[in-house]
Design a binder for this molecule. Structure first.
Ligand SMILES: [Zn+2]
Length: 224
């Protein structure tokens, strides 16, 4: 595997910084799913010793972003369709659970934030950087729902699960992405409208439709 470019860290030695650099490289598709990671090479490129790299890898393995195979090596996690389906089902359950408290607790300020994100998500996309921003806004939209629940443990579970699904998104970028946007937007609008009505049944129904569709289009881009 050829050397992958990483930028040398300004303040080396901290495991947190190595963790962050590796995480960004995986989620930003610098490291591809299934790619072998060489601890020595990473430590040289980042200008840090082996220990923080090994610690960061352990952390990322616990999150499911990296796979450590005994006597074989360390690899960027590779997901198949089944992984995506399982993770999506849990994501759906967590968001529906969040909705239960969210409809009770949501504030006008949070609804305004939902509408602001909705407006951003409805923009026409032309460039690669806009697509990245769109994905970030989409994640923010769903994260906001989780935050509205006020349940910190739920938020933690959700974050680690979501990182996993982000890898799958990297695979399935090519397939009809732009064509799905109007559908996605209509689904987001339904979620916000139901939240504004504080109608739990309708929020959960809209979430299920949205997440199930996303699940299918993600899994379609992967091997089963
Ligand atoms: Zn969404």
């Amino acid at each position: 595997m050829p050397a992958t470019e990483l930028t040398r860290l300004q303040r080396p030695r901290a495991t947190d910084e190595v963790y962050e650099a590796l995480r960004q490289s995986i989620l930003g598709s610098v490291f591809k799913p299934g790619q072998r990671l060489q601890v020595e090479e990473i430590s040289l490129q980042l200008g840090v010793s082996l220990t923080p790299v090994r610690q960061a890898i352990q952390q990322l393995a616990a999150e499911g972003l990296i796979e450590v195979r005994p006597r074989s090596g360390t690899f960027v996690a590779q997901l198949n369709a089944r992984d995506v389906e399982e993770a999506s089902d849990i994501r759906c359950a967590l968001e529906c659970l969040a909705a239960e408290s969210a409809v009770q607790r949501i504030t006008d300020a949070e609804l305004r934030e939902f509408r602001r994100l909705l407006e951003r998500l409805g923009r026409v996309l032309r460039y690669e950087r806009e697509r990245k921003q769109h994905e970030e806004d989409n994640r923010q939209f769903h994260r906001l729902l989780i935050e509205c629940s006020g349940n910190r443990r739920l938020a933690e579970m959700y974050e680690s699960l979501n990182a996993h699904l982000q890898i799958a998104r990297i695979h399935s970028r090519k397939t009809g992405w732009a064509a799905r946007l109007p559908v996605e937007h209509a689904e987001h609008e339904k979620i916000v409208a139901a939240l504004a009505e504080r109608n739990l049944y309708r929020v959960q129904q809209a979430l299920r439709v949205h997440i199930l569709r996303a699940r299918q289009s993600l899994a379609a881009g992967l091997d089963s």
